[in-house]
Design a protein around this ligand. Structure first.
Ligand code: DP6
Length: 320
């Protein structure tokens, strides 16, 4: 029997950036995200009569090197649940044409949900979030839709996401400005490790996240888009300040990233409600209302090398 699960990606408004335990993927801080409806992964799994897992991505078989991270994940899951069978896995990323980015958040959330079914573990949502977290920290949040908080915890069993509001009635959209350029990549795993170890500002980041998490939760409750945007933008910039202040310093920003940050600042001065957030890459996500995002989109469409995709609020895990 093949079991297929769908998980949507999420964008952190309060970022997860740094682990106190690498192996368990326990973060130093809570983080808070919004699940999006435009970028998702469908993952199917079945048990096969073999002593090796067979992994495909977008219907293309992965070689040993490419499968390594997933096989390691499956090995640790087998060990934890005392399960000896191997799997055939196919993971298909659905990203709008030329958006060009897949996400480890939707990827590991869909994989966790699919193998939970195939292994007949019957995990509840908190346990599923823990299982997804072991693959990639941000995947812990994609179990739920809407606004989600990942509680840092201090051991494997108490570090999982909880829903804040899965179906918020709020006029909030997210525009992804995708920069069509192959940048040299420092993975988020490596980037956050370097930030923790070498940025003199890391202890301040931990304090900042605690206060901004409380503030943004109030703003979400009040449906105050301006406040949500201000906090999210400040939090993202503070995360990127950790990379700039690392030794040696590094940045995920490309020239186009900075160009878009400036453009959004100018548009705000014209009265357009828009704020940026940026993850471990050059692409920019812009938060605003339906109306302001339409306006931002028309300005961004004048830039070459930038593709835009508008997303609304997405669902939690689905099965079919
Ligand atoms: C900047 O979840 O990709 O997107 O746990 O090492 O796999 P690992 O990291 P990952 O990091 C995501 C970092 C981020 C912020 C966030 O999503 O909270």
């Amino acid at each position: 029997m093949t079991k297929t699960a769908r998980a949507f990606t999420n964008i952190a408004l309060i970022k997860y950036w740094g682990k106190k335990d690498q192996e368990l993927k326990l973060p130093y801080t809570n983080s808070l995200s919004l699940t999006l409806d435009r970028f998702y992964t469908d993952t199917s799994s079945e048990i096969i009569d073999s002593n090796k897992d067979v992994i495909s991505l977008n219907d293309t078989l992965l070689n040993e090197e490419e499968s390594k991270r997933i096989v390691k994940y499956l090995d640790s899951t087998r060990e934890k649940y005392d399960f000896s069978e191997h799997f055939k896995i196919n993971s298909v990323n659905h990203v709008p044409t030329s958006a060009g980015f897949a996400s480890s958040a939707s990827g590991f959330a869909a994989l966790a949900a699919s193998i939970d079914q195939t292994m007949a573990l019957n995990l509840d949502k908190s346990q599923l979030s823990i299982l997804a977290r072991r693959g990639s920290g941000s995947a812990s949040r994609s179990i739920y839709g809407g606004f989600v908080e990942w509680i840092a915890g201090d051991n494997n069993d108490n570090s999982f996401a909880v829903p804040i509001d899965e179906n918020p009635d709020i006029d909030l959209e997210v525009l992804s400005a995708v920069i069509n350029k192959k940048a040299k990549k420092i993975s988020s795993t490596v980037g956050m490790e370097k930030s923790v170890e070498t940025s003199p500002f890391y202890p301040n980041w931990v304090k900042l996240v605690a206060s901004e998490t409380n503030e943004i939760k109030q703003a979400i409750e009040q449906k105050d888009i301006q406040k949500i945007g201000e906090i999210a933008e400040h939090n993202a910039m503070s995360m990127h300040a950790l990379t700039l202040s690392a030794k040696p310093s590094f940045t995920y920003f490309e020239p186009e990233t900075v160009e878009i940050i400036h453009l959004i600042q100018e548009l705000r001065q014209k009265g357009i409600l828009a704020y940026v957030t940026i993850d471990a890459g050059p692409n920019v996500k812009i938060l605003g209302t339906h109306k302001s995002i339409e306006q931002v989109k028309s300005y961004l469409n004048n830039l070459s090398d930038v593709t835009t995709v508008v997303a609304n609020i997405g669902h939690g895990i689905q099965y079919f």
